[in-house]
Design a binder for this molecule. Structure first.
Ligand SMILES: *Cc1c(COP(=O)(O)O)cnc(C)c1O
Length: 416
């Protein structure tokens, strides 16, 4: 049976600019420098931008590594790349949060490369490899070193020794890469960054001493490229290995947020930090349309719990979007507290009252031409004005990551 395509008729959608995605990818590559590849992180549905839509576009811009959270996301991205005619060997997919029971088979079927740090993960993969009779040392894994986040990863020292021994004892697994992740990459010159680098260097030595020298090393994220700290440190690693008489490994960094046109503000003590990604541009514009208009008198209440009472006659527009779409409730206003706004006809229309699950109301008193059917921008640029995910994040007490990946599956993504 052919899958039935969902018809999107509801007037709520997100437009994702392939031009902006590609330009942002190229800016990341330029800022990372010539010796460093950039893995395109498309986890969490490409930070809300649509992984099946974005991954083939980023491949077109030159990305050859893609990062996802879990095997299920990896399968989705692999299927999207295959559907775009991209051979498995041309595009690598890194599963950044490990493998779990019953997921090893999909790693082989869909050519996924897992990050591992627990011996049980190696056992799951080795068992599946043996069942399939794959050639010796043909299945690549990346080992994550915990250099100071205490989340994923294996600490240098005895724990890493155990994992490396298990890798050596396996028949089918091959250590392709060592990698790590930084806790405070947006804080330039943070002593923790240097400490994490030092621990990674120790892990690299330890792997070398166990006669396992990875062909690839990767670390860092958007902020590490933005500050140039990771980009400056990675190229020092091959000389560490060269001193040990090894061939130079490939170097890579992993970036998500900047692909989509955002970066966290950098911090650098009293100094003014220099951003190496200042030119990136948001790729997503989230839109809806006015579905209803009404005129309210003075003293009328709007929305749940009547948190907003009109102080004057007001014309309001109804938008068919709410927090079930990821249009956050924290954008609501009361008479005392200003909320966020939307853009229409090149002006800001303030949100009045509570954003509810499926509906929001905005004040269009100052926009007399507003009519049913008019396009409204919820997030992103509209002419001279823009509403940044940073504005939503500030009101919601969170970061731009959570705002972007919170745009729910109910919102179709259109590549433009
Ligand atoms: C999400 C993630 C990244 C990308 O981080 P950004 O700040 O979005 O660039 C890099 N590495 C790992 C391991 C991640 O989980």
């Amino acid at each position: 049976m052919r899958p039935v395509a969902v018809q999107h008729t509801r007037p709520v959608w997100a437009e994702v600019s392939s031009g902006a995605l590609c330009a942002n990818y190229r800016r990341l590559c330029a800022a990372a420098g010539p010796g460093i590849k950039v893995l395109a992180v498309v986890k969490a549905n490409a930070y809300g931008h649509g992984a099946t839509e974005c991954a083939p576009v980023l491949f077109g811009a030159g990305a050859r590594w893609f990062g996802v959270t879990a095997v299920e996301e990896g399968v989705t991205v692999r299927n999207a790349l295959r559907a775009a005619g991209i051979a498995d060997a041309e595009a690598r997919i890194l599963i950044m949060c490990g493998v779990w029971q019953h997921e090893a088979a999909a790693c082989f079927d869909h050519a996924l490369t897992p990050v591992v740090w627990e011996p049980y993960q190696l056992a799951l993969l080795e068992e599946e490899a043996a069942r399939r009779g794959v050639p010796p040392r043909s299945f690549a894994v990346h080992v994550e070193v915990d250099t100071g986040m205490a989340r994923q990863g294996v600490a240098p020292g005895p724990a890493l020794a155990v994992l490396l021994a298990a890798l050596q004892a396996s028949h089918h697994l091959q250590l392709e890469a060592l990698m790590t992740h930084f806790a405070s990459a947006e804080v330039v010159d943070d002593p923790q960054n240097r400490e994490q680098q030092r621990r990674f260097e120790a892990a690299l030595h330890q792997a070398h001493e166990a006669d396992l020298t990875p062909a690839l090393l990767h670390a860092g994220n958007t902020s590490g490229v933005d500050s140039a700290e990771t980009a400056a440190w990675l190229p020092t690693l091959p000389s560490t290995l060269a001193a040990l008489g090894r061939t130079a490994p490939q170097l890579m960094t992993r970036a998500g947020l900047a692909l989509y046109g955002y970066a966290l503000p950098l911090h650098q003590g009293a100094a003014e930090p220099v951003s190496h990604l200042a030119a990136i541009e948001p790729a997503l514009v989230w839109k809806t349309r006015i579905v209803s208009l009404r005129d309210l008198g003075r003293g009328e209440t709007v929305g749940y719990n009547a948190t907003y009472v009109t102080a004057r006659p007001m014309r309001v527009a109804l938008l068919p979007v709410g927090y079930a779409d990821g249009f956050r409730r924290a954008l609501s206003s009361t008479n005392a507290v200003e909320g966020s706004a939307v853009l229409l006809h090149g002006r800001r229309a303030p949100i009045v009252g509570r954003v509810s699950m499926d509906l929001s109301v905005v004040d269009v008193s100052a926009i007399p031409e507003a009519a049913v059917g008019d396009a409204v921008t919820l997030l992103g640029r509209d002419g001279a004005l823009a509403i940044s995910a940073a504005e939503h994040a500030r009101l919601a007490g969170t970061n731009v990551y959570e705002v972007l990946c919170g745009i729910s599956d109910r919102v179709p993504r259109l590549i433009v």
